[in-house]
Ligand binder design. Structure first.
Ligand code: ATP
Ligand code: MG
Length: 221
């Protein structure tokens, strides 16, 4: 049995809204194993982004806990992982507009305190097929190219898990398929686990385990 790299137990999350308290996640338990791919589908507003943010430590649950595997060490809360616990890939890329592709990837390593990272950033950009675009600014890249940069950035700190939130949501069908092929290929190559949020049944079917988020709970799809 392979090891657990992400463990969520009893996650609950509500938001204050103008009409009162909105409970989005009621009780989420999820274990992700090293190198496996997991997908989460669910209707718009069902809480998929909220869940990924809790899993990656971008937000905190009202109750419950998340633990991530950090290199060879024990499981830690995402807040103690200094950007190394997970890699994020967002629908709208979230690249730094004033940095070129190379700098965007290297910055993620610098923030995590990884030191000299230029060579690794260049190698990852080559891995995602962008050797010829490393000096381009985000505004000079196509959507698909921006997402390739974001995938390289997500990989640079060698996280055990990548959390991808509708990574093909802004792309046309052909480019979306290319980006999804790339993402599934690189995580498999590097034995990185993937939690993929998607509206696409076709893409979800390419992951090893599938869930549906509805009424604040995850059920196997
Ligand atoms: N900061 C917040 N304050 C109040 N309500 C919020 C906040 N963030 C999210 N919500 C609400 O929580 C619900 C879940 O939002 P979330 O973004 O997680 O949905 P989603 O499943 O990712 O939807 P989509 O498929 O459209 O991206 C929505 O109804 C949203 O309005
Ligand atoms: Mg969302």
């Amino acid at each position: 049995m392979s090891e657990i790299v992400l463990q969520a137990k009893g996650l609950k999350k509500s938001f204050k809204s103008p009409t009162g308290l909105l409970t989005v996640l009621r009780s989420i338990d999820l274990e992700v194993y090293a190198g496996e791919s997991v997908s989460i589908r669910g209707s718009s507003g069902s809480g998929k982004t909220t869940l990924l943010q809790l899993l990656g430590g971008l937000d905190v649950p009202d109750s419950g806990e998340v633990k991530l595997k950090l290199s060879s060490r024990t499981m830690l809360s995402p807040h103690r992982c200094l950007g190394q616990g997970v890699g994020f890939v967002f629908q709208n890329y979230q690249l730094m507009p004033e940095l070129n592709a190379w700098e965007n990837v290297a910055l993620a390593a610098q923030i995590a305190g990884q030191g000299e990272s230029e060579k690794e950033a260049q190698a990852l950009l080559a891995l995602v097929g962008l050797s010829h675009r490393i000096h381009h600014m985000p505004t000079q890249l196509s959507g698909g190219e921006c997402q390739r940069v974001a995938i390289a950035r997500a990989l640079i700190n060698q996280p055990a898990v990548i959390l991808a939130d509708e990574p093909t949501g802004n792309l046309d069908e052909v480019t979306g398929k290319d980006v999804m092929n790339l993402l599934l290929e690189v995580v498999a190559q590097r034995n990185t686990a993937l939690v993929l949020v998607t509206h696409s049944k076709e893409f979800a079917e390419r992951t090893q385990r599938r869930f549906f988020l509805s009424s604040g709970v995850l059920t196997p799809a």
